[in-house]
Design a protein around this ligand. Sequence first.
Ligand code: IMP
Ligand code: MG
Length: 186
Amino acid sequence: MDAKHLGDELSVVLHTEAELHARLAELAREIEADYADEPPLLVGVLKGAVMVMADLARELRFHAQMDWMAVSSYGAGTKSSGVVKILKDLDSDITDRDVLIVEDIIDSGLTLHWLKENLESRGARSVRICTMLRKPDAMKVDLEVAYNGFDIPVDFVVGYGLDYAEDYRNLRDVAILAPHVYGGEG
Ligand code: IMP
Ligand code: MG
């Protein structure tokens, strides 16, 4: 669905589907150059990363093997605590492999900080991060992000895989959710 199908539920569209795809194509060219010797294993973080993974993997001009993890952050409410539980682990052995984590959004960075260390501890040759979106002003840890689509403000956004209460993942664009939807101000 598109923003126009959602009436007043969104306050502003930050990035259209076309912008997201164009930026992913640029990132794909960088990734191809950086991994010219051997393609990385793409590791998507469920569920938010499904759209980025689907579009990035098809954009890449080399074999792109995909694996998936599902993690949940312990702690209160919507805020990430940095303590992570694995709900679904990788199917692949990543010993001596170059791993590229594919994410929808980095907010505090705590989840990916934990995940990167976890994958490194399994003997991966390298672990890098590719994210469609990043909220630089929300980041709580120093996290190196090799491939970043767009920096966005510290607002709650939905679409392109990102949900609010499991809805909005199938919105094509990335948009700021109108505060009245989640009982906020405005
Ligand atoms: P972090 O550990 O704080 O970086 O949490 C990142 C995770 O929180 C993402 O993978 C999303 O699942 C979720 N998240 C963070 N910000 C948003 C948002 O604006 N909309 C929807 N989900 C978000
Ligand atoms: Mg996510």
